[in-house]
Design a protein around this ligand. Structure first.
Ligand code: FMN
Length: 205
């Protein structure tokens, strides 16, 4: 792998808020979801799910749930969700990891996956935060892959959770983490400001 390509994508990515009307090929959408699928997750829980919103009707409905017109104007909107029931699969996921040798030569190899999964459940708010963290990594993979494919994206958290869930017909166990409009950029923004490296490294000890 050429690491410079990844670095170039990181440098080139922008939040895009104006899209061309050109349709996005289904193969590209698949590539985006594939990038998200490769993302790491805690205990390999893989709690992130996506809804692909392409129809005019569904995108028009989104205008009632999100105050930003450019979102529904994009040819595709991907809703990134987490499944709060994912924790039920914890034992299976941990067992798979163990069998794949991920824990070899570490204290984790002595762990009983079932006992691990049956530990005291997390407080619901902590659990949701944990799942959202996993979703964020998947979204970052997706948005960087989009750069590779010449596509623009934007993380959107400004939306009404219940309205979006209703529009998409999602059951109670899902939380919508982000809406991601996807399309060919119709703008070429300069890099957005970032604080200095010296401000983000607290100390070296
Ligand atoms: C967690 C998160 C939530 C965001 N929510 C919104 C949003 O609701 N609306 C919006 O226009 N941009 C949103 N953004 C985009 C940010 O404004 C943007 O990433 C930031 O200003 C830096 O610009 P850049 O992405 O072009 O580098 C969000 C970004 C992140 C990571």
């Amino acid at each position: 792998m050429n690491t410079m390509e990844l670095h170039e994508a990181m440098k080139a990515r922008r939040s895009i808020r104006k899209f061309k009307k050109d349709p996005v090929p289904d193969t590209s959408i698949r590539e985006l979801i594939e990038a998200a699928r490769l993302a790491p997750s805690g205990s390999n829980l893989q709690p992130t799910r996506f809804v692909i919103i392409k129809s005019e009707a569904a995108r028009a409905q989104l205008t009632e749930a999100c105050p930003l017109p450019f979102v529904s104007q994009a040819p595709v909107v991907i809703a990134c969700c987490v499944d709060m029931d994912s924790f039920g699969g914890m034992g299976t996921r941990a067992q798979e990891l163990k069998e794949a040798g991920a824990f070899a030569d570490t204290p984790l190899d002595k762990m009983d996956p079932d006992a691990y999964a049956k530990r005291k459940p997390m407080d619901p708010a902590v659990a949701e935060g944990y799942l959202r963290l996993n979703a964020a990594i998947a979204v970052d993979h997706l948005t960087l892959r989009a750069v590779d494919l010449g596509l623009g994206t934007c993380w959107i958290m400004m939306f009404d959770q219940e309205k979006v869930k209703n529009i998409l017909g999602l059951s109670e166990n899902y939380r919508v983490v982000a809406l991601i409009p996807v399309g060919y950029p119709d703008q070429n923004p300069k890099p957005r400001p970032r604080i200095d490296l010296s401000q983000i490294v607290l100390k070296e000890v």
